[in-house]
Design a protein around this ligand. Structure first.
Ligand SMILES: Nc1ncnc2c1ncn2[C@@H]1O[C@H](COP(=O)(O)OP(=O)(O)OP(=O)(O)O)[C@@H](O)[C@H]1O
Ligand SMILES: [Mg+2]
Length: 243
């Protein structure tokens, strides 16, 4: 339990108010799959995902991408800017996988896409985060045209930064999910997390270093090994070893 008022408890994180403009995001040692139906304790996952998120947010900031990240000193808690979240998940895909091949089985799993696909999903647990069109976003006022352009450009830029960084470590970025929020001036920032839960990364042997391990029926231990391997490959020291 952290100091400050608990603002929100989700599946993966607890969010606390630090001050008017600042939140603490505490990453839980819980893993869920199948829309939250499968829930398991996963000791070590919180620290790993906090450390991975801090690593990726720092990288993005260093390349001029504006994010909500303020600070991280180890452990399971990130300090971030408090935003008004846009209830849209942006998925960027480089290779066909997951819901893309479910929606359209014409795609061969892990086939390279001609160019990256940017997908939008409306964040709604009861509707199961449905795929929506850019026109839906504009018609319903979820974002303005200008905001949608920004989100599209920033998401593709994040893809370039993350893909090229991971390649340096012999890893391939299959796809990832982003969330955006607006600050007090209406500026859109990359928010939420970028972690083993929200990216798909494979090594040269095609092994997943992400939550796919668990979705495919692997154990919690397998999941922790996958996330620790990703962290170790990126040179992140999380203060414990399990690989
Ligand atoms: N900078 C931010 N300011 C305000 N809210 C944020 C910020 N970053 C992330 N959030 C929100 O905090 C919550 C984090 O909790 P968690 O990821 O556990 O939610 P979840 O169970 O995945 O549910 P949800 O469907 O709401 O994402 C999310 O609702 C996310 O949109
Ligand atoms: Mg979430």
């Amino acid at each position: 339990m952290l100091g400050g008022q608990l603002l929100y408890e989700g599946k993966a994180k607890r969010v606390y108010v630090k001050d008017e403009n600042t939140l603490l995001m505490e990453f839980k040692d819980v893993v869920t799959a199948l829309d939250g139906v499968k829930v398991s304790q996963a000791p070590g996952k919180g620290v790993l995902n906090a450390a991975l998120s801090a690593f990726f947010f720092r990288l993005l900031e260093s390349r001029g991408v504006n994010t909500h990240f303020i600070g991280y000193d180890g452990g399971r808690v990130l300090t971030v800017r408090r935003l008004k979240m846009v209830p849209v998940e942006v998925i960027v895909r480089n290779y066909a996988y997951g819901s893309l091949i479910k929606r359209l089985p014409l795609y061969k799993p892990l086939s390279k896409l001609g160019k990256p696909i940017v997908e939008y999903h409306y964040k709604s647990d009861e509707l199961h985060d449905p795929l929506i069109l850019p026109e839906d976003i504009l018609n319903t006022g979820l974002m303005s045209g200008e905001e949608l352009n920004t989100v599209n450009e920033v998401s593709l830029r994040v893809n370039e930064v993350l893909s090229s960084e991971l390649v340096r470590y012999g890893l391939t970025l299959v796809d990832f999910k982003l969330e955006f929020g607006r600050d007090a001036n209406g500026r859109l920032l990359v928010a939420d997390e970028i972690s083993g839960d929200t990216i798909r990364v494979i090594d040269a042997e095609g092994r997943h270093l992400d939550k796919e391990v668990f979705r495919k029926g692997g154990s919690v231990e397998d999941l922790i090994i996958a996330y620790s391997t990703l962290a170790r490959r990126l040179g992140i020291n999380v203060g414990f070893r399990c690989t």
